[in-house]
Design a protein around this ligand. Structure first.
Ligand code: BGC
Length: 271
């Protein structure tokens, strides 16, 4: 058994949507813990290469691979390339996600479908490819107590309904039961599957919610802990769920939200 329960030394991680936001920080945090990291991205290559370069500058190993997580052939090709370079895979962080917000009666089928495709089908396709590789490789007890670890990035909106975001909330509700079902199905093979549910984390996806003073005041009323989250808050949670310190944890959601899910409007005890 590895004697450093917080280390990811000699492990290979793949992070989807890793060229910005929470995914980028997840890549840095995993690399800092010792993992080699595959940086998945779509579109412009430069930001992904920057992440690779930063990891290499710190003495780590990384590679960038473009793939649309909702495209079966591209996902499978990405996992093949990752395993060609690093030999196998121990960790998948299903992070890639989008929002296409719209009043429900105005929402087009395309807007519904695109969000479900990336946020939910993408997690299905990547989890399937990762689990196939975990099972092919089998246990490596010198490296990790689990044969493989998957962390799915969900959201507080797997629990909190969100008007004008029906596609997004539905995708995250789906992620929650995908996680629990995979955890149940593969626990006996020592594959752990968990979720992280971030609240308001300062990234580009929710810029409108924190970029102006007025918006920020409104947002902070929903966060009892009194600050907007940093990507590092989520990165730390991801690392913990991937390492042996959490070896007995599977099928759960770690909520990282400064208390957003604690019904802050009830905090005065009135009413
Ligand atoms: C969304 C953000 C939002 C946060 C809290 C996240 O899942 O991506 O846009 O700020 O939930 O509502």
């Amino acid at each position: 058994m590895p004697d450093r329960p917080l280390s990811l030394q000699n492990q290979v991680a793949l992070v989807t949507g890793a060229s910005s936001g929470i995914g980028r920080q997840a890549a840095y945090s995993l690399a800092e813990a010792g993992a080699s990291v595959v940086i998945n991205y779509i579109g412009s290559r430069d930001p992904a290469e920057e992440v690779v370069q930063k990891i290499e500058e710190q003495g780590g190993q990384a590679m960038a691979v473009e793939a649309d997580v909702s495209n079966e052939a591209q996902v499978d090709a990405m996992f093949t390339r990752a395993c060609e370079r690093f030999g196998t895979l121990h960790i998948l962080v299903n992070n890639a996600g989008i929002e296409k917000d719209k009043a429900f009666t105005e929402m087009t089928l395309a807007e519904w479908q695109e969000v479900i495709d990336v946020n939910l089908t993408g997690q299905f396709l990547c989890s399937r490819a990762a689990i196939r590789e975990f099972l092919r490789r089998g246990e490596q007890p010198d490296i990790s107590r689990a044969t493989g670890k998957i962390v799915c990035i969900s959201s507080v909106h797997q629990r909190i309904p969100w008007a004008r975001h029906a596609n997004y909330a539905a995708s995250k509700g789906g992620v929650m039961l995908l996680v629990q079902t995979l955890a149940q199905e593969f626990a006996s093979r020592r594959i752990r599957v968990n979720a992280v549910a971030p609240g308001a984390i300062k990234t580009a996806i929710n810029r409108a919610a924190w970029a102006t003073e007025e918006a920020l005041d409104k947002l902070l009323k929903m966060i009892p802990y009194g600050r907007v989250g940093d990507a590092a808050d989520v990165g730390n949670a991801i690392v913990w769920l991937c390492c042996d310190a959490s070896d007995y944890v599977t099928g759960t959601t770690l909520v990282v939200d400064g208390g957003m899910t604690l019904y802050p409007s009830f905090s005065t005890g009135e009413g």
